[in-house]
Design a protein around this ligand. Structure first.
Ligand SMILES: Nc1ncnc2c1ncn2[C@@H]1O[C@H](COP(=O)(O)OP(=O)(O)O)[C@@H](O)[C@H]1O
Ligand code: SF4
Ligand SMILES: [Mg+2]
Length: 323
């Protein structure tokens, strides 16, 4: 395994009270594997990726657990060593590429800063050559001209390609893509995902694809973790999760997919909302929205069972795509 997250818990400090944001997260990625993390907005996906990157907001604290990357615990490393690993072996792309680029520097300068930070002293010519090579790798048209562009001169899709080029600059072993296409329109979304799939296969990259969109995640991964209310509620192969989901939340996410809905039906959505941090219920986090809730679910917290489902009554109902 290239990444092993073991029993990770993250708390926020609100008015001298610790509020749990992620609880007992167990998550792993093998070398060259593409793994999905799916859940509605507010479920804790970005917090988990920021925890792995060592970039949690200052009011968040890891209260428990380990994050092993290539067998060393990232939580025990010095900030300098962590910075070296980040960008070098471990890279991340974010939802909004524009906000991650510096608006006042052209791309040649930004690539130069990045490459020098990780590869030491490079001449201007070497930086140019390497940048052009990276722009070609991510399919940016006119890579030589591109070097002179400023971020505002690019479309969202092109800016995301630049971010991917930057993430690939130092030959990472693991790439975390947090909602990489949520800010893009549908055709560009497909192109960016196909680029990530190609890079993953060519460079034998391990990848974590994070999205609220189960369709996108299932088209691009081999395994999936489903996150709800700061907990992993189900995990399995992408085939198992999409064909025979066992947790009521996974079942609800699936029945909301447009492809699973009949044309003349109103768009099905899951009733209710992800519980806010301050209102996390005792017992099962999904109880306020679960059609199968029983008394036990209100008082006791379900553990992950042997079939990797966090639910007391997982087998008693079956999902069917219908005739
Ligand atoms: N800096 C922060 N301070 C307080 N709460 C936060 C902060 N960042 C995220 N949260 C809360 O943590 C929960 C998980 O957030 P996040 O990881 O961003 O969810 P997701 O990426 O799945 O949409 C949410 O309830 C969110 O409001
Ligand atoms: S534990 Fe109970 S409330 Fe939670 S998902 Fe299972 S049946 Fe629903
Ligand atoms: Mg997020």
């Amino acid at each position: 395994m290239i990444l092993k997250v073991k029993n990770l818990s993250v708390d926020f400090q609100f008015d001298s009270q610790a509020v749990s944001a992620l609880r007992d997260i167990c998550f792993q990625v093998a070398e060259g594997e593409s793994v999905g993390l799916v859940g509605e907005s507010g479920s804790g996906k970005s917090l988990l990726s920021l925890a792995i990157m060592g970039l949690l907001p200052s009011n968040a604290k890891i209260s428990k657990g380990e994050i092993l990357f290539e067998n060393s615990n990232l939580l025990c490393l010095s900030p300098e060593r962590l910075r070296e690993i980040r960008g070098d072996r471990l890279s991340m792309i974010f939802q909004d590429p524009m906000s991650a680029l510096n608006p006042v520097l052209n791309l040649e300068k930004q690539m130069g800063l990045l490459l020098r930070a990780h590869e030491g002293s490079l001449s201007a010519g070497q930086i140019r050559d390497r940048s052009i090579e990276l722009f070609r790798l991510v399919g940016l048209p006119d890579p030589v001209l591109r070097l002179r562009s400023f971020p505002h001169e690019m479309s969202g899709g092109q800016a995301q390609r630049v971010m991917i080029a930057m993430a690939m600059a130092c030959h990472p072993k693991l790439l975390i893509a947090d909602e990489p296409t949520t800010a893009l329109d549908v055709t560009i979304q497909a192109q960016v995902m196909s680029l990530l799939r190609r890079l993953q296969a060519e460079k034998k990259l391990a990848m974590i694809v994070i999205s609220h969109d189960l369709a996108l995640v299932s088209q691009n991964t081999q395994r999936i973790y489903v996150l709800y209310g700061g907990e992993i509620v189900e995990t399995g192969s992408t085939k198992q999760i999409t064909e025979t989901p066992k947790h009521p939340y996974t079942q609800a996410l699936l029945s909301c997919l447009p492809a699973r809905q009949k044309e003349d039906e109103k768009m099905i959505t899951i009733q209710g909302q992800v519980p806010s941090l301050r209102n996390r219920p005792k017992g099962c986090q999904f109880q306020t929205r679960c059609p199968h809730k029983q008394v036990r679910c209100e008082v006791e917290r379900p553990e992950m069972n042997d079939s990797s489902v966090r639910c007391f009554y997982p087998e008693s109902y079956h999902y069917s795509t219908g005739p």
